[in-house]
Design a protein around this ligand. Structure first.
Ligand code: 1GP
Length: 251
């Protein structure tokens, strides 16, 4: 199995380097604005593009990824809301299991159904323990997943869930308050989780300022994901990237 991008994650974590992933929802981009976004991302030295969403209505996922790949070398990682969001044009796939929920379909059911198709894609597969944290209001992911998020102040539950995910063999933990969350995940919860796992920690959902991104990294996040805030103001890419990359190596 390919592990090129995952090794990059591990190497960066070892060096204390933090990464910035821009989340692109294929429903919200078109040929015109995607190229402008890629240009900004190249200049700001964005580390990764995550592509996907809890609910992708349009059918131009492949086209969207091909456009990104044709214009830059930034790796494209699928962040799928369902098995239909698998594109062989991407570089890697976050193979998500919703370990914070108790919906068997999202823990293993959909994986079984789509396994041959996913393997055939040739994508680098990254087994990811996906944890949805309450972001202050129902988000698309909390509704669609039909599973309760972890309460925002239950740091111990988050810690134990991440620990269990790592011991089950997950290669990444992704803590997500949901797209457009009113309240992003607290630094205290990020710190608690990051202290108890060795695998890279991805954090996203409701991060709207470079300050918050910086503090999340200081608390232990390895990769920060931002979608909504950049959709509203693409120029935020530059400041976000600078804040995340400003963390001194091994500080
Ligand atoms: C959502 O973590 C991502 O799954 C990003 O959230 O769109 O709120 O930045 P935002």
């Amino acid at each position: 199995m390919k592990q090129t991008i995952y090794y990059q994650f591990l190497e960066k974590k070892k060096q204390g380097k933090k990464s910035f992933a821009v989340l692109i929802d294929p429903d919200k981009v078109n040929t015109g604005n995607i190229l402008a976004l890629v240009e900004l991302a190249i200049t700001a030295k964005v580390d990764y593009f995550f592509v996907g969403g809890s609910l992708v209505i349009s059918s131009h996922l492949d086209e969207c990824i091909q456009q990104i790949k044709a214009s830059c070398t930034i790796p494209v990682i699928l962040f799928p809301g369902s098995p239909s969001q698998v594109s062989p044009f991407a570089d890697a796939l976050l193979y998500l299991s919703l370990i914070s929920g108790r919906n068997p379909e999202l823990l293993i059911g959909q994986h079984v159904i789509s396994a041959p198709f996913v393997r055939k894609s040739g994508l680098e597969i990254m087994p990811t323990g996906y944890m949805v944290i309450d972001g202050g209001a129902p988000t698309t992911v909390s509704y669609i997943s039909n599973a309760s998020p972890i309460p925002a102040d239950k740091n111990e539950i988050a810690m134990c869930t991440a620990m269990a995910g790592e011991m089950l063999g997950m290669k990444l933990i992704y803590m997500d308050a949901g797209s457009g969350a009113k309240t992003p995940i607290t630094d205290a919860m990020i710190a608690k989780v990051s202290e108890c796992i060795e695998i890279p920690l991805i954090v996203g959902g409701g991060i709207t300022t470079p300050e918050k991104a910086y503090l999340n990294c200081k608390a232990g996040a390895d990769i920060i994901v931002v979608g909504n805030a950049i959709e509203k103001d693409p120029n935020l890419i530059t400041e976000m990237a600078a804040a995340i990359h400003s963390i001194a190596v091994n500080a």
